[in-house]
Design a protein around this ligand. Sequence first.
Ligand SMILES: [Zn+2]
Length: 367
Amino acid sequence: MLKAFKYRLYPTREQARKMSDTLWLCSILYNRCLAARRDAWQNGRKTITKFDQMAALPELKRQDERFHRVHSQVLQDVVKRLDRAFQAFFRRVKAGEKPGYPRFRSARRCDSFTYPQAPSGCQSQGNKLVLSKIGTVKVKLHRPIQGKVKTVTVRQQADGWYASFACEVKPSVLPASEEVVGVDLGLENFDITSDGEVFENPRHLRRAERNLKRLQRQVCRREKGGNRRKKAVKQLAKAHLHVANQRKDNAHKIARALVNRYGYIFGEDLNVKGMVHNRHLAGAIHDAGWGVFLGILPGKAEEAGRYVGAEEPYRSSQECSDCGEHVPKPLAQRWHSCPRCGLSIHRDVNAARNILKRGLKRLGRVA
Ligand SMILES: [Zn+2]
């Protein structure tokens, strides 16, 4: 299985310029290839494949000198990325959805490039990363790389440059566990399990989220086009990144704790069609945290040989988890008291138990 290891890069000014230049050229290539595919289809109902476009790269380089400034496999990867966008588009068309046609990318929306066949074009040497066409870039290896490096992706973020190594590692399967659990992400800054275990969001994450809200208001207040607004936008981007990183850390910890103990883990499915989206900011933050968690959990579970299920969340907090009675309650009411069977537990534990019940039922098992 593939596991990602991400490190901060410390490029010189000249190296950073070359990396920005690479991003820019990659966006140009992406848009050209997209236009070629679209035009071929519109003008003659012809399909251009990624193999056609990769085979055309040497000719493109002969015609346009600038592309010599980018490693050839990095260019090939741009063609493959576009192809993935098309494959996803075709898949969704086939599934009867109405997806948007792959879109052109502004240079600003293009924030990474990949060396797809490491160590070709990119070699890791201690605290240095030798990148073809860029140079020998300093890298901070705060933890060791494990396994065999397959690809290296260089990414520009609000606070600097990073390199992600995708490595082939052996999954470390944990001893089997028959224990089952349901998880509900509560609105009060914590996740709670069907066993009543509470994972509280750390204080620094809450503080960072408050700071994010403050900066968001600041950007809204400042005049469009002004320098003060530009500065605030930059600060906001950094705060977003900071919160995203902390959410990830926290999600890693919770996922690790759950995976170590439980063989079957069930959570709410946020992708349920027609689900009412939360319009409150608190709700949006809650959804964002849950989304990050759901992005991390399956990978960890797979590595450990655990099962993860995403369950229909409809009315999970309104239904009694013991007898199934419909017990309506406003959001402010934090306790579930069932008039029919007398069950009296925290609202979110009740929801987590319902999620667990639904998961077990779907798998044909009994709670
Ligand atoms: Zn009941």
